[in-house]
Design a protein around this ligand. Structure first.
Ligand code: SAM
Length: 341
């Protein structure tokens, strides 16, 4: 997964493919509607005080950065700096192009980083980043889980079971599942949360992704795991096809993220569906304020895409982590699902 997505120049994210949007392989929430970033900005505005910053991980095409900055400008809550940490050189270039085109007047506030800053205060945003971190795939064999690696036979990539049980005290795995039950664990994502805790002095981290709590993640009926591939808007489950040309992702186990966050020193400040997070932040107000009839119809369609359960509304969740922050977050006003973690 790591090589297929990030091998320099050849991986899915490091190569020159289109990826996002209608011409690409999948559409993320900010690619769907500006209202996504505007609502996020409303949440950021509660924390930003004129002296602290925003740090966005994996900024994709750069569109979310433009939405958040635009709305923060309208709210007179611009961050001191808007940092972007992106692994892909090609995407960094694209992000710069997007911001230069949409918000040239704010370009000087945007700073691209190659590594984590030494310390940070403000708001960290990661939309659909955890799901793009390379996960490990495990399969139940007799009394244990065993890792599935990748082998190459006759020039063909294929799954290859390790010959020893998988042991890692860090993650909880389900006990009562059948032989052959397959699932994923994402130690990289957990290590990333831990590293984040080392640098965040004060503020809020918003992790937005498709995923669920542990009980649902390890539901007996989810026996094939959560690994999915996206190629030209079609979902598949064969990561050995179109290697480097298709996206490979796994759902986020938000209980693992929350446990890791808490043991690293964060407080869990909220957990909600994307739908309820956006509704709590008043996404409907943008629709009501729109006076142009055609534009209103377009916005209504976009909102449906973001909030309907059959679209992105319930499969995507928002997990909020805080440090030294007593603010009651507006995004969780209407729903708080922390008990499901
Ligand atoms: C599915 S895309 C999401 C893009 C964007 N956030 C959006 O919502 O449109 C995943 C992004 O995460 C980036 N990424 C993955 N792991 C990362 C990491 N450890 N640090 C920073 N960026 C990462 C990828 O390069 C890619 O830009």
């Amino acid at each position: 997964m790591d090589l297929a997505l990030y091998y320099p120049g050849k991986g899915y994210y490091s190569g020159g493919m289109q990826k996002f949007g209608e011409q690409g392989d999948f559409i993320t929430a900010p690619e769907t509607s500006d209202l996504f970033g505007y609502c996020l900005a409303r949440q950021c505005a509660q924390i930003l005080n004129g002296e602290n910053d925003v740090l966005e991980f994996g900024a994709g095409s750069g569109i979310l950065a433009t939405q958040v900055l635009f709305e923060l400008g309208r709210l007179e809550k611009l961050p001191n700096k808007y940092y972007i940490l992106e692994l892909s050189a090609e995407l960094k270039h694209r992000q710069k192009e997007t911001i230069t085109k949409v918000l040239p007047e704010l370009l000087d506030r945007v700073v691209w980083l190659n590594t984590f800053p030494d310390d940070f205060s403000g708001v960290v945003i990661a939309n659909e980043v955890l799901d793009a971190m390379p996960a490990k795939r495990l399969i139940k064999k007799q009394d244990n889980f065993v890792e599935l690696g990748v082998d190459c036979q006759n020039d063909q990539l294929q799954w290859q079971m390790f010959d020893h049980p998988y042991t890692d005290g860090k993650v909880l795995l389900p006990n009562e599942v059948e032989q052959g039950y397959t699932t994923e664990v994402n130690l990289r994502a957990m290590a990333w949360v831990e590293s984040l805790s080392d640098i965040v002095d004060q503020g809020l981290v918003l992790l937005i992704d498709y995923g669920m709590g542990r009980d649902e993640y390890f539901h007996p009926q989810r026996g094939e795991g959560t690994l999915r591939c996206y190629y030209q808007h079609k979902a598949g489950d064969d990561p050995f096809m179109h290697v480097g040309e298709q996206d490979i992702t796994t759902s986020v186990n938000f209980s693992d993220m929350a446990d890791q966050a808490q043991s690293s020193g964060f407080s869990i400040a909220g957990y909600a569906t994307q739908a309820m997070f956006l509704i709590s932040l008043g996404i409907d107000e943008y629709l009501l304020a729109e006076t142009d009839e055609n534009r209103r119809i377009t916005l209504a369609q976009q909102i449906k895409q973001l909030v309907l359960p059959s679209a992105m509304g319930e499969s995507f969740k928002v997990l909020a982590l805080t440090k030294k922050c007593q603010v009651k977050l507006k995004g969780f006003k209407e729903q708080d699902l922390r008990h499901k973690l």
